[in-house]
Structures are given as C-alpha cells and as structure tokens.
Design a protein around this ligand. Structure first.
Ligand code: NAP
Length: 284
C-alpha cells in the first residue's frame, strides 16, 4: 500500500511523513516535492512534483494507492489550477483515494475568504472527479503564534483585531497525527471532516502563554482596518491581507467549528496549554 504525500518538503508534509513512517513503515511512503533535496527526505522514495506541472504528477503517482494533497500556498486562483493538475494525474493513475488538506472558514466575509473559496473549489473538483476522497478542513495552526512569542514579549501584548472571537487552534503535529490515521484506515471514504482543537479567545491564548512562559502578556484589540494596514506594511499586500483576513475571520467567529479530531484519532486533541508547553520544550 503506497501512500504519497505532496509538498513533502514543507513543514506539514514533513510532520505527516514522520507519523506515516511510524504507522506503516518507510517502504510504504512516497514523498512528492518540488524541492526534492530537503534533508528530511533523504532516506525516502522521493519523486518530483511541481503543482504547475501535471506531467510531474503523472510520473510521481506511479504505483501509488492513496494520495495526501497538501494545499498550495500560491495565490487563490492559481491554487485551483495547480490542484486540478494533481487531481487529473490522480484520475489518470487510478488513485484509490485522495485525502485533501483543506481549510475551515467562511467563503465571502473577509479578506481570507478567497483562500477558503479556492479550497472549496478544490473540494468540489475532487468530488466531481469520482475518486473516493476524505476532505479534511484544517483549523488554524497555533505554530506561527508560538514562533511569534518573542515579538509578543517585546510588545508586552498580543495585538490584533480578533476581538472576543473564538478560534479552535490545532498544530501541524496534531494534524499530522490525524492525517496518518486517516491514510492508513479503510474508513473515512467520501467524508468531510473538521480537524480542529479546543476553542480559545486571544485573551485566553495570552493567559495560556503567560502560564507556560511566566510572562505577563495582555491582549490588545485593534480595529480590522488598523490591523490590516499594519500587516500589509510589514508583510506586503498578499501575505498581509491573508494574515489580516485570518484575524478578521476569528473576530467573526469563522474558526469556531465542531471538531472531528477525536472521532478520527480515538483521542482528545491536545489543549492549547499542552501545545504551548510542547513547543517550549522543543525550542529550549
Ligand atoms: N491552517 C493553517 O493555519 C495554515 C497556515 C499556513 C499554511 N497553511 C496551508 O497549509 C499548507 C502547508 O503548510 P506548511 O506549514 O507545510 O507550509 P510550508 O512549510 O511553507 O510549506 C509549503 C510547501 O508547499 C510547497 N509548494 C509551494 N508551491 C509549490 C508548487 N508550485 N509545487 C509543489 N510544491 C509547492 C513548498 O515546496 P518548496 O519546498 O519547493 O517551496 C513546501 O513544501 C500551505 O501550503 C497552506 O496552503 C495552512
């Protein structure tokens, strides 16, 4: 049973491959990557896969039974065509199941909605292809927030426009665990799941960071307009509007959804405090 993972050079791909190796053995894994030289791919069956090149995937999917597609990070319109390249190659290769890493969220209310909309289009393209599927709508990763802790400490606060909105944070490691369970299972055919953790506000996130790092961060709420302006100035228009749109989405409670994590994995999702503690221990 060969299971292939796309974007294997990235952080989520790396984590999923690590979990799959533990579940099923290295001989069953095919790592598909645009950058085939990433060090963590060294001992694996690595195959070239640029999302812009359908022909790469026609070759890369030879002998593969199940395919985990990690969504592209390109501009939303570009992603749809990139994902179609992979889906068409999967159809040609008679892949038995596609497992797609999608995203939770609302399709038309914020600057993040175009990203959500493009993911929903890919979900539809997969369903329309007739290939059996499991669509997993990922929650927001907590990892970038944790990497940002030194900035929060410098500012003395978490500053964004999330208001009292609730977000059910997950992490790449928790997602990887769920993806590996789904990939090795015979179940989950033609299902759509939310892979999210336990819900918190930004003020609660600040408290949890304080309790692990012994800091005294507060949460400062600013307007979506102010936050969007500052993100675009720091990160450029494309990334800035995505980040601004994510916090606007939290403010509007778009990331507060019922989780299917326990149903799939058989265990509770880690709490925010557990994820912060693990991150601290890893980075000490
Ligand atoms: N839920 C969330 O909070 C959240 C947050 C961030 C991102 N995401 C989504 O989750 C995906 C994976 O996240 P991550 O943490 O693994 O991101 P990451 O570490 O930045 O990795 C992105 C991966 O996408 C690959 N990629 C980009 N363009 C490609 C192309 N044209 N063809 C083939 N591969 C391409 C990169 O390959 P190279 O090594 O060749 O560049 C890399 O492997 C992202 O792409 C994004 O859609 C979700």
């Amino acid at each position: 049973m060969k299971i292939a993972v796309t974007a294997a050079s990235g952080k989520l791909g790396k984590a999923i491959i690590r979990e799959l190796i533990a579940e099923t053995g290295v001989e069953n894994i095919v790592a598909i990557a645009r950058n085939t030289g990433a060090p963590h791919l060294d001992s694996l069956d690595v195959r070239k896969g640029d999302y812009n090149k359908q022909e790469d995937f026609i070759k890369a999917l030879d002998g593969v039974e199940k395919l985990i597609i990690i969504s592209s990070s390109s501009e939303p319109d570009e992603r749809i065509e990139q994902h179609r390249n992979i889906i068409k190659a999967a159809k040609f290769r008679n892949i038995k199941r596609i497992i797609y890493s999608s995203i939770i969220g609302n399709q038309d209310k914020t600057m993040f909605s175009n990203v959500v909309k493009s993911n929903r289009q890919t979900e539809k393209d997969i369903i329309d292809s007739g290939i059996p599927y499991t669509i997993c709508r990922n929650g927001l990763y907590i990892d970038p927030d944790l990497e940002y802790i030194p900035h929060y400490i410098k500012d003395g606060a978490i500053i964004n426009c999330a208001g009292d909105g609730i977000v059910s944070y997950t992490s790449r490691d928790e997602l990887a665990y769920a993806y590996s369970k789904i990939a090795i299972s015979k179940n989950h055919i033609n299902k759509i799941y939310n892979l999210t953790g336990s819900p918190v506000t930004q003020a609660e996130l600040a408290q949890q960071i304080n309790s692990v790092y012994n800091t005294s961060l507060s949460f400062v709420d600013i307007t979506p307009e102010e936050y969007m302006k500052s993100r675009k100035e720091s990160l450029g228009s494309f990334v800035g509007s995505i980040i601004g749109g994510i916090y606007e989405s939290i403010r509007q409670n778009h990331f507060n959804v019922k989780s299917d994590f326990k149903k799939i994995t058989g265990r509770k999702h880690k709490t925010v405090k557990e994820m912060i503690t693990e991150y601290k221990n890893k980075t000490l």
